[in-house]
Design a protein around this ligand. Sequence first.
Ligand SMILES: Nc1ncnc2c1ncn2[C@@H]1O[C@H](COP(=O)(O)OP(=O)(O)OP(=O)(O)O)[C@@H](O)[C@H]1O
Ligand SMILES: [Mg+2]
Length: 267
Amino acid sequence: MAGTTDAATEVDVRALRKTFGTGADANEVLRGIDLSVAAGQVVCVIGPSGSGKSTLLRCVNLLEEPTSGQVFVGGTEVTDPDVDIDAVRRRIGMVFQHFNLFPHLTVTGNLTLPQRRVLGRGRARAAAVAAENLARVGLADKADAYPAQLSGGQQQRVAIARALAMGPEVMLFDEPTSALDPELVGDVLAVMRSLADDGMTMIVVTHEMGFAREVADRVVFMDGGRIVEEGTPHDVLTTPREERTRAFLARVAAPVPAPPVPDGDGR
Ligand SMILES: Nc1ncnc2c1ncn2[C@@H]1O[C@H](COP(=O)(O)OP(=O)(O)OP(=O)(O)O)[C@@H](O)[C@H]1O
Ligand SMILES: [Mg+2]
């Protein structure tokens, strides 16, 4: 039936295309993406730089306007020109590589401001929801800290709590750990894993193959604006069918070493 989706499908992307620029400068970045994510599923999206992973996520909550195709979230067509996009966005939490916390607000202030501005919650209710979600990410004791007093990993967990405090149905993560020092990655992944265990629907763009292997219900490999293959983590990461997937995984597993430091500079 046109215009609706199965109730169990939380995110449904159909024949999605996105072109940046026009004429000779046109760059088709998404070339017909079909992706369906059931409620409670975790889908990890992997692929080389420039393959369109971020653009795909950004089209799901209309931070980018698709050139053609349809996107449904919770059965509502996001790409319908008459949709209340603010209402749709409230159902979608987004976490980026850079956490963008307000430096002049405490952790609690960062969590209550959007609840009050966007959802119209009162101060006490917003503070209670903030406390609940800080506990969920293991940062109940940082409620009164300022972002600059936190590690990068803690700041990212605050950003996750901020998104959760809005009560989203689906969470989109765009390389949430790639700006972090390696020793801080684990705590953020642990929070994401617990969200998955709680049944949150999640689309996660990540280079963390261990996370994808352990947490994802499905892994999607993108290249050149297309889904090259998708399947269980075992299918895609262990027994990939496509040569492009194999080549990508080989590069991720054995990154190109940094050029050697020239001799004689005292280091
Ligand atoms: N706002 C924009 N205007 C023009 N081109 C854009 C815009 N955003 C992205 N692109 C182009 O779209 C292509 C895909 O970008 P995208 O950021 O989706 O890739 P990605 O898979 O997320 O890459 P990375 O792993 O480096 O984050 C790139 O060629 C990029 O230059
Ligand atoms: Mg990206």
